[in-house]
Design a protein around this ligand. Structure first.
Ligand SMILES: [Fe+2]
Length: 232
């Protein structure tokens, strides 16, 4: 199973996940680039879906569906651990409410498509106002192996790294993280996210000290996550 990333708009990222000659377009805003790539590689885009239904992620749906006659998979109809068949492979759906109530991520063999749930070096806004759900969603993603590549819905890397450094100038590994950044293929590995992403560092002493100093609740992991989301 392979994944190709396509930039569109100011900082949006679309994906084509494919196995053999069969592909699925996820948040397909870069319609022409995706069709060109698929044509060049003899991939038939048989399905179109989204990580969530914000318009910057669905804006390519109609044109992509019209051009490919693919089937549309509405992300609101997915259940956790549903699988999508791609030739001989399967892409797994992970329900990840938090950014919105209907967010999903997709797990391939060694990668995650994380939409606006988990970005490289930050997390999405909690528009659902359900931080409990957001925490449990992020924990599901964090349970994947450290080598898992994280492909997010936007390239927010530069500004997110600046924020991470402002929160903790001594964030371990952040210089190496910045040096790995390539705007032509934006991803990180999950082990680096656990180290660098301030909103996943809820068990790190520096972060707990910062929250305690500001009198945020810190007794349990979920409290610390919520406190990080409120404090920063
Ligand atoms: Fe969004």
């Amino acid at each position: 199973m392979e994944i190709e990333q396509f930039r569109y708009g100011a900082d949006n990222l679309a994906y084509l996940v494919f196995s053999g000659a069969c592909g699925i377009a996820i948040d397909p805003g870069a319609v022409d680039d995706m069709l060109g790539f698929a044509r060049h590689r003899n991939i038939r885009i048989s399905q179109v879906t989204n990580t969530h239904l914000h318009p910057d992620h669905t804006c390519g749906n109609d044109r992509m569906l019209k051009k490919t006659h693919a089937g549309y998979l509405d992300c609101r109809n997915f259940s956790d651990n549903d699988t999508i068949a791609l030739d001989n492979d399967r892409l797994t759906v992970i329900t990840t409410p938090g950014h919105t109530h209907d967010d999903v991520c997709f797990a391939g063999n060694d990668f995650l498509v994380t939409g606006d749930t988990l970005f490289n070096a930050t997390v999405g806004n909690c528009f659902s106002n359900d931080l409990d759900a957001f925490y449990h969603s992020l924990k599901k993603l964090m349970a994947f192996p450290g080598t898992t590549r994280v492909f997010a819905g936007h390239d927010y890397v530069k500004e997110s790294v600046e924020i991470a450094q402002a929160i903790d100038p001594d964030t371990p590994g952040i210089v190496r993280y910045v040096n790995k950044y390539d705007p032509n293929r934006v991803f990180s590995c999950l082990a680096d996210e656990r180290r660098v992403n301030p909103f996943l560092r809820f068990n790190h002493k520096t972060m707990i000290d910062k929250l305690t100093q500001r009198h945020f609740p810190c007794d349990t992991e979920i409290q610390r996550f919520k406190s990080l989301m409120q404090a920063f």
